[in-house]
Design a protein around this ligand. Structure first.
Ligand code: NAD
Length: 370
């Protein structure tokens, strides 16, 4: 594989040039800044809207009420039933409520679950969305909607689903407990290495993946040391935006397939599962494309991409073992079978024995092989 000319010179600054690529970016307005949520009303008006429906989870109803106050007469309702994995019944109900209120935009304030509800309403009604993230999940930066119905999770991609405006306000992630901060950050970071070795990567997606990982490497330890450090919180949001944008631009591979299998069929929690699987999935792929994952070992100072991330996750006190999330050892064979069926494109062929080994190590919390 031919690398960009500067990449060929070890230690020199890196070019991510590729001879052939397609790069496609969505038209999204992004604003950063501690306190930027105070501009929600301006953003509603800038969209040409006057009737905003505010969304949250039940746990973040106070945030929704604050946003409604900030919108004043531009807010026509609050819907606080956003739920993990976007159940179709709730989305149908919320979309009907938006129609009943004659809402002309949605304001989603929360993590991936609330963003997911806003996207589901937009998919059904084509209303524009303003998303104000309070975790690092990154969903706000993608045209992807995951939904669940009858215990099955399906994913669709549509321009209707892509949020039009994102307000990143560091003050809002300050309340994220340290444990969730770490797992949510690793969830976001997982989008980057998948982008680095994606079949349809571009120099743009690679640049964003590298910069996003660098942001988390620098800022996450500072946030853990001082959760009120708004500059570091802002930088982690910057990492989440970049990594989320990568997720929206390229196809995801083994890591996301494994996490969707474990979340969908064994009901494991989203961010924690990503946090554990990441090092192992990278180790699996680094055996085939070490040059593409080299930025990960360089940024996180490890002998290989998988070990570098494993050591970083351990230092951040992230969960390391699937068994601690409630997965039984007897489930591993079925998990390997399911993850081998309808595989996503992956730079290394999906081989069941190797995958079963990967799952064993992730279940036990062992370091990846390399
Ligand atoms: P979440 O949105 O469910 O949040 C978890 C819990 O934390 C909720 O109770 C929430 O109210 C609370 N919370 C959120 N922010 C908080 C804060 N700042 N302070 C205190 N509590 C807070 O979880 P998540 O990990 O952000 O999102 C997971 C969901 O997002 C999954 O359904 C996943 O599939 C989806 N997702 C989708 C995409 C996409 O592109 N479609 C990308 C990433 C994640």
């Amino acid at each position: 594989m031919r690398l960009g000319w500067r990449q060929e010179k070890k230690g020199a600054s890196v070019s991510h040039f590729q001879e052939n690529f397609v790069a496609q970016s969505a038209a999204v307005r992004v604003r950063f800044g501690a306190g930027v949520r105070h501009s929600i009303a301006d953003e509603v008006r800038a969209l040409g809207c006057t009737r905003a429906l505010i969304l949250s989870t039940p746990q973040q109803a106070d945030t929704a009420r604050e946003f409604a106050d900030l919108c004043g007469s531009l807010a026509v309702g609050i819907y606080t039933d956003a739920t993990m994995h976007t159940p179709v019944a709730i989305s149908d109900h919320a979309a009907a409520y938006a129609v009943e209120l004659v809402a002309d935009c949605v304001v989603a304030g929360g993590g991936g679950s609330t963003t997911g509800l806003g996207k589901a309403i937009a998919y059904r009604t084509d209303l524009p969305q303003i998303v104000i993230p309070t975790t690092y999940a990154g969903s706000e930066a993608t045209p992807i909607l995951g939904q669940t119905e009858n215990g099955r999770k399906t994913t669709l991609t549509s321009p209707k689903v892509q949020p039009e405006v994102i307000l990143y306000d560091a003050e809002l992630v300050r309340t994220l407990p340290v444990g969730m901060t770490v797992t949510s950050a690793l969830n976001a970071m997982a989008h980057a290495p998948e982008g680095l070795n994606a079949q349809n990567r571009s120099p743009m997606s690679t640049l964003m993946a590298v910069e996003g990982l660098q942001a988390f490497k620098g800022a996450l330890p500072k946030v853990i040391a001082n959760p009120d450090d708004l500059t570091a919180r802002g930088e982690t949001l910057y990492g989440a935006w970049l990594c989320g944008t990568v997720l929206g631009q390229v196809g995801m591979a083994l890591h996301h397939k494994l996490c969707h299998t474990l979340g969908g069929s064994f009901d494991l929690p989203h961010a924690e599962t990503h946090a554990i699987i990441l090092a192992h999935a990278m180790s699996y792929n680094a055996a085939a494309v070490p040059e593409l994952l080299e930025p990960v070992s360089r940024i996180f100072s490890g002998p290989s991409a998988g070990l570098a991330i494993y050591n970083f996750a351990a230092a951040m006190k992230a969960p390391l073992a699937l068994r601690d999330l409630g997965l039984k050892e007897t489930d591993l064979d079925r998990a390997a079978d399911l993850a081998t069926q309808n595989p996503y494109w992956n730079p290394r062929p999906i081989e069941r024995p190797a995958l079963r080994q990967l799952l064993q190590a992730a279940w036990a919390g062992d370091a990846p092989a390399a």
